[in-house]
Design a protein around this ligand. Structure first.
Ligand SMILES: [Ca+2]
Length: 315
């Protein structure tokens, strides 16, 4: 049976790949896409999601436009962008579906409470979800699990200490991680081992058709923006956002360990850090399942299977 999900994202070329994978995966039933500011401004991320769904042929899936700003901190927009390819520039050549009249947090609340969607996958800042939890705390009882792409137990990727999605809205992350809903955190430490290899791009190309062409464009744009630095850098640009959808659907491809995760909200050098305690020191209570290992080959296979299925659905 396929898993009904809401995908909350900030497209973002990797988020757009996440939408395609969620739309095409045989074990996912994509029910709603909600968007907010992060990779780009909030209006642009909503329209990018609407363009991606239209192109994929899944334009019955509602797209919510959401948070334009974080809850407390000043807004951050991704600084490393290739503004010439995929969805980073304006793309008037791509048709788009209409944006849903409900904003993202209201669409989340409606989908959870009235359409019984028990799972949320997030691949952007957590502002929309925190807002939904604050406005309708009763959704806690209706949610089975939240899969959060973000955070790290080791190094950060935006600052020395902090990962981008969490750093964009640490206060929102604090609300989500302490909501009482089971959380699976998919951190960059694990994601760095699932890269966009030349073979993955070749396999995506070999599918053929407009979904495949668009996915190749997205993958190539991500590879172009990859700026590895330092001794701990991954070999390939991590695939990131689509992996979160695959993890949500396929428990056999990853391992988790439970841990206490607190979000640093006050540190001068560590603001936005996910402070991970695997050893539950001082009687700390675990609040998060952290993905510690992901099977790269199986994830690549699922990525290709989902895009192939989506291409076939559209024929
Ligand atoms: Ca994202």
């Amino acid at each position: 049976m396929s898993l009904p999900i809401i995908l909350d994202c900030d497209p973002g070329n990797d988020d757009a790949l996440g939408i395609l994978v969620a739309a095409g995966h045989s074990e996912i039933n994509l029910q709603a896409v909600t968007t907010g500011a992060g990779h780009l401004s909030g209006d642009r991320t909503a329209r990018n999601a609407a363009k991606t769904l239209f192109l994929s042929g899944q334009n019955n899936v509602p797209v919510g436009a959401g948070a334009l700003n974080p809850l407390v901190r000043e807004r951050m927009i991704a600084g490393v962008l290739d503004m010439t390819s995929a969805l980073d520039p304006e793309r008037p050549d791509l048709e788009e579906q209409e944006i849903d009249p409900l904003n993202s947090s209201d669409l989340i609340i409606k989908s959870v409470l009235y359409e019984d969607i028990p799972t949320i996958v997030t691949t952007g800042p957590l502002t929309n979800l925190a807002t939904a939890l604050h406005r309708s705390p009763e959704i806690v009882d209706s949610l089975d699990r939240i899969f959060v792409l973000g955070g790290s137990w080791g190094l950060g990727n935006k600052t020395a200490a902090s990962e981008w999605n969490i750093l964009c809205d640490p206060e929102a992350a604090h609300i989500v991680f302490n909501s009482g809903v089971p959380v699976t955190m998919i951190p960059i430490d694990a994601l760095n081992h699932v890269g966009i290899t030349p073979q993955l791009i070749d396999r995506t190309k070999a599918i053929g058709g407009k979904v495949s062409d668009f996915a190749v464009e997205l993958l190539q744009s991500l590879v172009k923006t990859f700026r590895p630095s330092g001794t701990m850098a991954p070999k390939y640009m991590p695939l990131n956002d689509p992996v979160a959808c695959i993890v949500a659907a396929q428990s056999e491809i990853f391992e988790t360990h439970s841990a206490r995760v607190d979000i640093e909200l006050h540190g001068q050098h560590t603001y936005g850090r996910t402070v991970v305690d695997f050893n539950l020191r001082n009687d700390a209570k675990a609040n998060v399942d952290i993905v510690t290992r992901i099977d790269c080959d199986k994830t690549h296979d699922s990525f290709i299977d989902a895009l192939t299925r989506l291409s076939n659905l559209d024929k």
